[in-house]
Design a protein around this ligand. Structure first.
Ligand code: NOJ
Length: 560
């Protein structure tokens, strides 16, 4: 076993979705050459690491989450050579690199699947195959997340295979020990190459209930209770930990749909450590992505600040002293956070406020590419402009106009338009023809314009991240929320010894009043971060009642 240093607890991560980050060779597709060009930019955000969405060879049915070779880097991203150069250069700047591990499923073009459908050993049982039922029905009633029912007939093997996502993403049979050996080989391969850990894609889906029984119908999600957090999940994750991960000082981050803090502790809490480390180090929960929808972005509801605060606070309280939070406001699977929880009208103000709302919580924050620039949702004129397999299969029976309206609000393609670097052609993303549409607002929203503006959102992120890292209270302090019932304000304090940090965030367009909590009244407070001019420190004999402007945020320090 290697000694674990838990370095990720000190850090802040930046997520790159490679296709749209930066094109370095002019072919219109983001790549590792572009990433290398931008490593100094990434470092300038004061972050400590990068999570790469998949870089492996893939037919692209799910933009890289359908992998056809786990031990290589796609030629379109620059291949292995560019990856190794990027890794070296990132490490030279003190940036950790974590990869996406996608082993619930492969691409149907992966060699394992090609051999499995022909029953060539040892691949015959690498996937979840079932014959048709006698009455000609599907093996069970499960839905796939992306394309209809979860079963696809294969004419070569003359059986159905399970796909919990797109048809081109057959599920691996993790109950087969040979498949688990393959996973371990993949982990070892990348760790030996020098990567620092993995974000594990829908890893809680890998153990399916024995017999694959029918499930209670839930529109679009039938079956999820039979494969999420399944019977052998802890056993398999422990096996990966014991045989590979515990031999490296690495970090794992598990994507975990439908997980509560209590359930998360069975993976990341002290009891999850069976002698060589917990199953996983951190979990990506979804509650913080459900403040304006019912479980999925495609089941929209009005934004509820109370729901968001409950998500934040229940995780802060639930893991306190027992496990470590992963903090985020968006990624490649959700629309842009300013368009959801903030305001496009008060884009910069609300972007800063949202940053403060999560950056001062306990845990390891992740910033998704373009979030630091305040990129917003994309509103294309036609459905056929969308690219994403998930989006294009939603609400197919609805009239086109209604679908378009829903996609404008919910599609993850809004997070996948190219990063807006300049106000020049293609927003400076590429010198060629971009693989995807650039959001038309790039003339106004771009990195170059924000570099030179001290009050820009970009410079705010730099400052906020640096501030977070300079204050031990953010890493270790207790957490307490005020005004829980408020539909306009999110206010919390972090306390460590004499030091008290008070974070006040208005989620409202209206002026909103906030009375300082008792412990701060009559005390002097230093204003560490703000998003409006004209506000300053609180004098010891100052007023208790603060009046907050639209989407105003303030971070004060008392004592310390
Ligand atoms: C979760 C990933 O984040 C998403 O992008 C992908 O489509 C699905 N898992 C399937 O791999």
């Amino acid at each position: 076993m290697t000694k674990q240093t838990y370095w990720y607890k000190e850090g802040v991560f930046y997520q790159i979705w490679p296709r749209s980050f930066k094109d370095g060779n002019g072919d219109g597709m983001g790549d590792l050459f572009g990433v290398i060009e931008k490593l100094d930019y990434i470092k300038s955000l004061n972050v400590d690491g990068i999570w790469f969405s998949p870089l492996y060879p893939s037919p692209g049915a799910d933009c890289g989450y359908d992998i056809s070779d786990y031990m290589d880097i796609a030629a379109e991203f620059g291949g292995m050579e560019a990856f190794q150069r990027m890794l070296e250069e990132a490490h030279a700047r003190g940036l950790k690199v974590i990869m996406d591990l996608v082993v619930n499923h492969t691409s149907d073009e992966h060699e394992w699947f090609q051999k499995s459908r022909e029953r060539i050993d040892p691949y015959t049982d690498y996937y979840v195959w079932r014959p048709a039922k006698k009455n000609g029905k599907l093996p069970n009633n499960w839905d796939s997340m992306f394309e209809g029912k979860a079963w696809q007939w294969d004419d070569v093997r003359k059986e159905y295979y399970l796909h919990l996502f797109a048809i081109k993403q057959p599920d691996l049979n993790m109950d087969n020990p040979l498949v688990r050996e393959e996973v371990k080989k993949i982990l070892k391969f990348w760790l030996d190459l020098g990567v620092d850990g993995f974000r594990e894609d829908v890893i809680t889906f890998i153990s399916k209930e024995e017999g694959l029984p029918d499930a209670f119908p839930l529109p679009g999600y039938t079956g999820i209770s039979k494969y999420n957090h399944g019977p052998h999940i802890h056993e398999y994750l422990q096996e990966f930990r014991r045989d590979v991960l515990s031999h490296y000082d690495c970090m794992t981050l598990a994507e975990a749909p439908l997980v509560s803090p209590r359930l998360a502790l069975t993976y990341i809490g002290p009891d999850a450590d069976k002698g060589c480390g917990a199953d996983i180090d951190m979990m990506i929960q979804f509650q913080c992505m459900c403040a304006d929808c019912f479980y999925s972005d495609y089941m929209p509801l009005p934004f509820s600040l109370r729901k968001l605060k409950k998500a934040f606070s229940s995780w802060q309280a639930g893991l306190r002293g027992k496990a470590w939070n992963m903090l985020y406001l968006g990624n490649h699977d959700h629309p842009r956070v300013i368009s959801r929880y903030g305001s496009e009208e008060y884009r910069v103000e609300s972007g800063k406020m949202l940053a403060a709302a999560y950056l001062f919580q306990q845990g390891t924050p992740f910033i998704y590419q373009g979030q630091e620039l305040g990129m917003t949702n994309w509103y294309p004129a036609r459905i056929d402009m969308y690219e994403d397999v998930q989006t294009l299969n939603q609400h197919l029976k609805d009239p086109e106009k209604k679908r378009l309206k829903l996609y404008h609000r919910a599609s993850r393609d809004s997070a996948r338009t190219p990063v807006q670097w300049t106000d020049g052609p293609n927003a400076g993303f590429t010198e060629g023809t971009p693989w995807f549409y650039v959001n038309e607002n790039y003339k106004e929203i771009n990195a170059a314009a924000q570099e030179t503006d001290p009050d820009s959102l970009l410079n705010f992120y730099r400052k906020a991240v640096a501030l977070r890292k300079s204050l031990p209270v953010v890493r270790d302090g207790s957490y307490r929320e005020f005004k829980k019932w408020s539909g306009r304000l999110y206010a919390y304090e972090r306390v460590l010894g004499e030091e008290r940090l008070l974070v006040i965030c208005s989620f409202s367009k209206k002026e909103t009043a906030f009375r300082l909590p008792k412990a701060c009244r009559g005390k002097a407070g230093t204003l560490l971060l703000k998003n409006y001019d004209g506000t300053g420190d609180i004098a010891a004999d100052g007023k208790d009642l603060l009046k907050l402007k639209p989407y105003e945020m303030r971070v004060y320090r008392f004592g310390g």
